[in-house]
Design a protein around this ligand. Structure first.
Ligand code: 7PM
Length: 271
């Protein structure tokens, strides 16, 4: 799917956490989420990322059954209705294998397959995987993030996780990497990562980045979450100019336009 196609792709975020969408029971929640997916596809999303576990800094983890109940029916519903590539944002092995069975094409793991059974869930399949860097765990990761050199440390971590994948029988062709903006990083760390994003090309794997509406945008603009579109577009543009291949965002329509301008500019380089 995605790896050999468009050089610059926009991934639309679909949250199926209790705080998202209506509170009108299971059926309505699923329906609203399917409508949201339809909207994202209409807006030009190249793939969608379904997440049922809140990885918000300071958050607690979600029970496995609850996450399965939120995610798997939506993966099935989307697979039945649309032919968009589906990514599932999860750290749990069981959610990975059930999602893959339901038709997911990519597993997006903020924990980089470190949970028990996760490497096995992926090696038993042929779907793609995104390995993201996170220092600490969501509940406490923002307390005191510490690095020697954030770019080198994150790179070393990702390299180790690539090796773990390869040893488990997941070949490189299936792997995406993500420096994990906002996951156990200070504002300064986040901007160092963005500034030096090219350094990750040394690992010779495609990069996915998530910057949309994050606190690093809020910190410099002074804007609340819903007012961070312009800042997020700037960050997405910088990441794309530095070679990121998938941009994970809430505001698909606007980001697709920005990426079209970048693509036209970069294509010009080869003329
Ligand atoms: C609240 C705050 C809810 C932050 C959710 C979040 C990434 C991701 C997330 C990312 C990859 C968000 C995060 N962020 N997966 N999942 N990369 N690969 O801002 O940066 O969406 S959750």
């Amino acid at each position: 799917m995605s790896k050999n196609s468009k050089p610059l792709q926009v991934m639309g975020i679909v949250n199926v956490t209790p705080d998202s969408f209506s509170d009108g029971g299971e059926y309505n929640r699923l329906n609203d989420a399917v409508d949201h997916v339809a909207q994202l596809i209409n807006d030009g999303a190249d793939l969608i990322d379904i997440g049922g576990e809140s990885t918000r800094p300071g958050s607690n983890s979600v029970a496995e059954q609850e996450e399965l109940d939120r995610v798997v029916p939506l993966v099935k519903a989307v697979r039945e209705r649309f032919d968009v590539p589906i990514s599932v944002d999860t750290t749990k092995a069981r959610v990975m294998s059930e999602s893959i069975r339901a038709g997911a094409n990519l597993i997006n793991d903020v924990n980089a397959l470190r949970e028990e059974g996760a490497l096995e869930a992926l090696s038993a399949s042929n779907v793609e995987v995104c390995l993201m860097h996170m220092q600490g765990e969501p509940r406490s990761m923002q307390h005191n993030p510490l690095y020697d050199d954030v770019v080198c440390d994150v790179k070393t971590f990702l390299q180790e996780r690539v090796h773990a994948c390869e040893n488990a029988g997941i070949d490189r062709e299936r792997i995406w990497l993500d420096p994990g903006f906002g996951f156990g990083k200070s504002v300064r760390h986040n901007y160092q990562l963005l500034q030096r994003l090219q350094a990750f090309h040394e690992l010779q794997l495609p990069l996915l980045v998530g910057l949309s509406r994050k606190s690093m945008i809020g910190h410099v603009t002074g804007r609340e979450v819903k007012e961070r579109l312009a800042g997020s577009l700037a960050a997405a543009t910088i990441a794309a100019m530095k070679g990121a291949r998938i941009i994970r965002v809430h505001d698909v329509k606007e980001t697709v336009d920005a990426m079209k301008v970048i693509a036209a500019t970069l294509e010009g380089e080869h003329l």
